[in-house]
Write a protein that binds this ligand. Structure first.
Ligand SMILES: [Zn+2]
Ligand SMILES: [Zn+2]
Length: 248
């Protein structure tokens, strides 16, 4: 069913979700695609947390001070205008077709990493809280992971992470309090094979959510974890408002 719908979309022209110019396959037009791609993929970023850097370095000061449990980050786009409009459409207005768009860009960015990413054996989405699920009716991270599984053929392992409780809203917290608020938020009830795992989330800001998820997966047996996100806030985690939770 999915492939039939995809073929139909490719035959009939659709409108670019950002500028409404003609674009095939529910995708961005060439101009918007180029702008978003260049806005993220040609900028210097910390290889570990994806935070923007003034110069090409392997890791930023934040990662050197406090080593994240994930080894690398790949983001499709930057969480800044106009990419933030796509993220808001996806998360706040349920424009689920954007998940496919983010997944295609993310899959391309993953394949272009130098040095190459470790071979990932599983994709694990960050689980939503009950309140967010009730409000939206879907988990954006799970939608993105499902589409990324289609693009990359890496198996989806949604059951490898579960939420242990509802978290307090991170919006009003500083970064230290935010880290504290997500401690123990996730659990893994399985024994994971010694493999590399991709943890999938929609927006990465402080990285504390992905850090906690990666910690749990590594404790359960994963060899290593790569953070895979649709959008990364452009500035370092200490300077950014936590957009993930302001949208929760
Ligand atoms: Zn466009
Ligand atoms: Zn970093």
């Amino acid at each position: 069913m999915y492939s039939i719908l995809n073929k139909i979309r490719q035959v009939f022209p659709t409108a670019c979700p950002l500028c409404a110019m003609p674009a095939a396959g529910a995708d961005l037009c060439d101009g918007c695609h180029r702008d978003l791609w260049q806005g993220r993929q040609t900028q210097a970023a910390c290889r570990q947390c994806g935070g923007s850097l003034a110069h090409k370095l392997s890791s930023c000061g934040d990662c050197r001070r406090r080593l994240p449990a994930f080894a690398l980050t790949v983001a499709a786009i930057s969480f800044s205008y106009p990419g933030d409009l796509l993220i808001r459409g996806f998360k706040e207005r349920g424009q689920l077709a954007h998940a496919g768009l983010f997944a295609r860009m993310l899959s391309r960015a993953m394949s272009m990493q130098v040095p190459a990413l470790p071979a990932l054996q599983a994709l694990v989405p960050i689980p939503s809280g009950h309140a967010s699920l009730r409000k939206r009716g879907f988990n954006p991270a799970a939608e993105l992971a499902r589409e990324l599984c289609r693009s990359t053929r890496i198996p989806l392992r949604q059951g490898w992470l579960r939420r242990t409780r509802e978290a307090s809203l991170q919006k009003t917290l500083n970064s230290a309090a935010r880290r504290k608020s997500v401690e123990g938020l996730y659990a893994c009830d399985e024994s994971i094979p010694a493999c590399w795992v991709g943890v999938v989330d929609d927006v990465m800001t402080s990285g504390s959510t992905l850090h906690q998820a990666a910690l749990v997966l590594r404790q359960a047996g994963a060899l290593g974890v790569v953070a895979l996100v649709a959008a990364r806030t452009p500035r370092g985690p200490e300077h950014a408002e936590d957009t993930r939770d302001s949208l929760a």
